[in-house]
Design a protein around this ligand. Structure first.
Ligand code: HEC
Length: 185
């Protein structure tokens, strides 16, 4: 009986954590174009966290945060992961220093709250390519910087071409301990 209660509590705690993530956050489902009020565009990339401000028919108005360098917005000041590429004249809300907020609309179907929807295919490719010699390492046990370094060797081992390498490295960094999907381990 005791173990049943214990397991139930653990399960509830896990579900709680899971739904918290889901309720709070949506993500860019695939590379997409964001439009500001003047019709200027920004390219936003898969996995970027978005806050939905408003639903307008089939579209959503979203807020995306990051650090801007020239026309590029990154998830961190150290430019670890690309969030968006902004067209000249795109309306950018400047905060402290390089910190910015982009607000614009895109099709609602280009956002998703379920991380499996966003990263499922990447994950499959990861297991296909990276478990030939060893078990697939837990992606969130490394930081973005660590992945950058490890991947330098492993992409050669897995014989990835340019496109496959950047596809996979984005998955690894986005899901790293300090990536888009912040999980504590
Ligand atoms: C051809 C075999 C092979 C393939 C394919 C391979 N690895 Fe490895 N991996 C190794 C070997 C050997 C080591 C241990 C030696 C080393 O660190 O260089 C290792 C170590 C690692 C480590 C631990 C490194 C550390 O410093 O803690 C990680 C993480 C890793 N691999 C990730 C990957 C990823 C991601 C891929 C897919 C892109 C991949 N591996 C594909 C052979 C492989």
């Amino acid at each position: 009986m005791k173990t049943i209660i214990k397991n139930t509590i653990i399960l509830l705690a896990l579900l709680g954590a899971f739904f918290q993530v889901n309720a709070a956050q949506n993500f860019i489902y695939q590379d997409a174009v964001l439009k500001d009020d003047n019709g200027k565009t920004a390219k936003v990339f898969v996995g970027v966290p978005v806050t939905i401000k408003e639903e307008i028919g089939k579209n959503v108005k979203v807020s995306i945060k990051g650090f801007m360098f020239k026309d590029e917005v990154y998830s961190t000041k150290s430019k670890d992961l690309l969030v968006a590429k902004v067209e000249k004249g795109f309306n950018v809300n400047q905060k402290d220093g390089n910190e910015v907020e982009l607000i614009g609309t895109l099709a609602k179907e280009l956002t998703a709250s379920d991380l499996l929807d966003v990263w499922g295919e990447h994950e499959e490719f990861y297991f296909e390519m990276c478990t030939q010699c060893h078990a697939g390492p837990e992606v969130n046990h490394h930081t973005m910087m660590e992945w950058e370094a490890i991947f330098g060797t492993m992409r050669g081992f897995a014989k990835l071409d340019e496109e496959e390498a950047s596809y996979l490295l984005r998955y690894l960094k986005a899901n790293a301990s300090d990536g888009f999907v912040k999980t504590k381990h």
